[in-house]
Design a protein around this ligand. Structure first.
Ligand SMILES: Nc1nc2c(c(=O)[nH]1)N[C@H]1C(S)=C(S)[C@@H](COP(=O)(O)O)O[C@H]1N2
Ligand SMILES: [Mo]
Length: 366
């Protein structure tokens, strides 16, 4: 059986003990590339090194005929074309995006889906216009509780045909930093990141940042679309409804030290002082500390944080390590202002969502 002839799977599945990643998962992984972790060196991720996650196909959207509709429970529904949207007041913000499935592939048992290790993250400079004034111009009617954002991409998921759509509670949608974006890192939004216009919801996991945006609709009851009510839920039993995935939990990652072995990617480092550096972020509260262990979590040292930049962007950290010959397991973990700290052991859920257990990096010191 090849990946391409598999029939749609009716339900989320976890891999059997020892079951490897399948061709179907490889097919997803080859499309949905991750950030090469050495690119954590860049404060702003160069376009092309940022991770990608697209459920179905990248749709072809003609920017000339593209329109955004704003409607539903509003006084004055309207349409806007690209030149009109781009002529509105613009803001640029560095924002860290992370896929809610980041870390999934290391879970046991492994939820069968896009097999991310730790690399589904990036920070780019997104340019667009705040959403709130558009909603105010439309005139939100009493009784509106959520805003539904629908993209242009269609596909089937576990047998359910759909257009990608996600909602936000009205109060979240009205936050000043939520924006409709047409440029990234000073160039027009490329197709893979949602051209011509996408939503950016700073602080939320990636699924909320709807690409190829077509419509914004105010609704008077909670949205029950597939990506809201079925996917992106934290549950231990597939039969549960589960809790929705929302804000990004704290995470720190390190630039892999030294040089890698080609196949295993085990790191090789020369003995002596090694500067360990990385980035840390959280959508729940500002990062207040990063702790690093060079003895697999037995002892911890506080890293020095770089300057605080944009609130919704990751923060640099660095710590010196006197590396002695032998094999070592390095770990790092972030703490945020909400009091959350990354767990050392993973808490498991069926879809492998929001698992932010501390990174572990094997290093051979010579
Ligand atoms: N229309 C649409 N928007 C989407 C998706 C999608 O498949 N279709 N994937 C979401 C998910 S799960 C993530 S993690 C982010 C990834 O954004 P990026 O590919 O620009 O990094 O886009 C989100 N927006
Ligand atoms: Mo995602």
């Amino acid at each position: 059986m090849t990946a391409t002839t598999q029939s749609p799977s009716p339900a989320a599945r976890v891999a059997a003990p020892g079951e490897g990643v399948s061709l179907a998962e490889l097919q997803l992984a080859a499309r949905n590339s991750g950030l090469p972790l050495e690119a954590l060196r860049y404060e702003i991720t160069p376009l092309g090194l940022h991770y990608l996650l697209t459920h179905y196909d990248i749709p072809y959207v003609d920017p000339v005929t593209w329109r955004l509709t704003v409607g539903g429970r509003v006084e004055r529904p309207f349409e806007v074309d690209l030149p009109a949207l781009r002529s509105r007041s613009a803001v640029t913000r560095a924002v860290t995006l992370e896929c809610a499935g980041n870390g999934r592939a290391a879970l046991e048992p492994r939820p069968v889906s896009q097999p991310w290790l730790n690399e589904a993250v990036g920070t780019m400079r997104w340019t667009g216009t705040p959403l709130a004034p558009l909603l105010e111009e439309a005139g939100v009617l009493d009784g509106a509780v959520e805003v539904v954002f629908t993209g242009a991409d269609r596909g089937l998921e576990r047998g359910v045909e759909q257009t990608y759509a996600r909602s936000l509670p009205l109060a979240e949608a009205l936050r000043e930093e939520v924006m409709l974006v047409w440029a990234v890192n000073d160039v027009d939004l490329p197709p893979q990141h949602g051209a011509p216009v996408r939503l950016v919801v700073p602080g939320w996991y990636g699924m909320a940042h709807v690409k190829w945006l077509r419509s914004v609709e105010l609704v008077d009851r909670p949205f029950e679309g597939y990506q809201q009510a079925t996917a992106y839920r934290i549950k231990e039993d597939p039969a549960e409804r589960g809790e929705p995935v929302t804000r990004i939990r704290p995470r720190a990652l390190m630039v892999p030290p030294g040089v890698p072995d080609f196949m295993s990617r085990t790191r090789f480092v020369d003995a002596g002082e090694v500067l360990l550096a990385g980035r840390a972020w959280s959508g729940q509260g500002e990062v207040v500390g990063v702790d690093v262990s060079t003895d697999d979590g037995a002892t911890w040292q506080e890293a020095e944080l770089g300057p605080a930049g944009d609130r919704w962007a990751w923060r640099a950290w660095v710590v010196a390590w006197d590396a002695a010959p032998g094999t070592h397991h390095l770990r790092c973990r972030a703490r945020d202002a909400s009091g959350a700290v990354q767990p050392l052991q993973q808490a498991w859920n069926v879809q492998g969502m929001a698992n932010n257990s501390a990174q572990r990096v094997a290093v051979v010191v010579r």
